[in-house]
Design a protein around this ligand. Structure first.
Ligand code: NAD
Ligand code: DAU
Length: 352
């Protein structure tokens, strides 16, 4: 048996591939367009692994998808491929519609044709797992209960609107065509291989480079943080035991304001790599223009996946964030390779 993983050279997709190959004997075919966010260095440690086949390609390429499915006959497809950065979606939403909406639609169509031609046993086993986000639910008021799976969708950014749209297609392909799909809605991930345009790796990178640590608005926006490997374990569990057609919220029960997160990062860096002048990295914090339409608070109620599938996160925020900072300190070459020309152009446009 084989599984097909899309978006495998990105942050979560790469962590998923590495963990899968370490934990199971099953081969992976992995597909990634290698956009600015896709990085083959994330998969370098499994380059020579005979159970891993990497294909560079686009999920909007219906013919390629058909060929890959016919050739590798996977028992499952796990779809991570997406444009994922909210700020970039505000600057240029088109790519988000193309990959997140059209790409998901093409993947569903390819999967439908493949599924309908499977024998009875293979069809019974087959699953398409679509990886989505808590951002589809919109923003919570301070005292509101955390998002449950039955929460209405209120996406506020071009990114979250494109992810919500993709989920509606996934749902419809189950309802109308009987495609056995699973959808997961996860909160903010952090950990190794996180692209340094996102808050946590950006702050670590800027701190070590002596640059300002940009906090949007008042820094009181709240996110729920989950260590990436816990997200990968949850996806494996949903794939194994989730009920086709169901959605599962995944979260870490770690609500933090952005300012708290940045203070924590500064404190760990102060211990692990103190500044030469002995002053705290907190001195580099700078409040900057807010993100347009910035969602104030996300929080996940993960009781369904815990109750029905027995998944709980292994890391606390304290243990996961320390591991993450140490990983970045040990992998400065990885960061230096990424933060080249195109990355610098993005940073200067975004924070000018
Ligand atoms: P990422 O931006 O790091 O990686 C996305 C990957 O998809 C990249 O390798 C990119 O090259 C690839 N890709 C983009 N367009 C493609 C296309 N048309 N065809 C094939 N590959 C393409 O994103 P991530 O943070 O790893 O997120 C992965 C998935 O998880 C996304 O669907 C995202 O919406 C979802 N998600 C992310 C988080 C988070 O905190 N990062 C939380 C919840 C859900
Ligand atoms: O909630 C899940 C989502 O989490 C995923 O679906 C997205 O793909 C992922 O990018 C992430 O979205 P966020 O917008 O929450 O993540 P980001 O790291 O961009 O920002 C986290 C918070 O920090 C957010 O409130 C904006 C703020 N921020 C971000 C940056 C980059 C800053 O204050 N300064 C910054 O420079």
């Amino acid at each position: 048996m084989t599984v097909l993983v899309t978006g495998s050279a990105g942050f979560i997709g790469a962590n998923f591939v590495l963990d899968w190959l370490a934990a199971s004997d099953e081969p992976i075919v992995s597909l990634d367009k290698l956009t600015y966010a896709g990085n083959l260095a994330n998969l370098r440690s499994v380059e020579a692994n005979s159970r891993h086949t990497f294909v560079q390609g686009d999920i909007t390429d219906r013919e390629l998808l058909g060929r890959l499915l016919a050739e590798h006959k996977p028992r499952a497809i796990i779809n991570f491929a997406a444009e994922s950065h909210v700020d970039r979606s505000i600057e240029g939403p088109e790519d988000f519609v193309q990959t997140n909406v059209v790409g998901t639609f093409r993947l569903l169509e390819a999967a439908r044709e493949y599924y309908q031609a499977l024998g009875e046993n293979e069809a019974e086993q087959f699953r398409l797992l679509h990886v989505s986000t808590d951002e589809v639910y919109g923003s919570l008021a301070p005292a509101e209960p955390a998002f449950r799976e039955d929460r209405k969708y209120e996406p506020n950014s071009p990114y979250s609107a494109s992810k919500a749209a993709s989920e509606h297609f996934v749902r419809a392909w189950h309802h109308t065509y009987g495609l056995p799909v699973l959808t997961t809605n996860c909160s903010n991930n952090y950990g190794p291989y996180h692209f340094p345009e996102k808050l946590i790796p950006l702050i670590i990178h800027n701190a070590l480079s002596g640059k300002a640590l940009p906090i949007y608005g008042d820094g009181q926006q709240v996110r729920d943080w989950l260590f990436v490997k816990d997200h990968c374990a949850a996806i494996r569990r949903v794939l194994d035991a989730g009920v086709a057609g169901e959605t599962y919220n995944i979260g870490g029960c770690n609500e933090k304001t952005n300012l708290e997160v940045v203070h924590t990062l500064c404190d760990i860096l102060d211990q692990e790599r103190p500044r030469a002048d002995g002053i705290s990295y907190r001195e580099q914090i700078s409040f900057v223009r807010d993100r347009p339409g910035h969602d104030r608070r996300y929080a996940i109620d993960a009781s369904k996946i815990e109750r029905e599938l027995g998944w709980v996160p292994a890391e606390t925020f304290e243990s996961g964030i320390r591991k993450t900072v140490l990983w970045y300190l040990d992998n400065q070459d990885w960061v230096n390779d990424i933060t080249s020309g195109a990355y610098r152009e993005w940073v200067s446009r975004q924070y000018q």
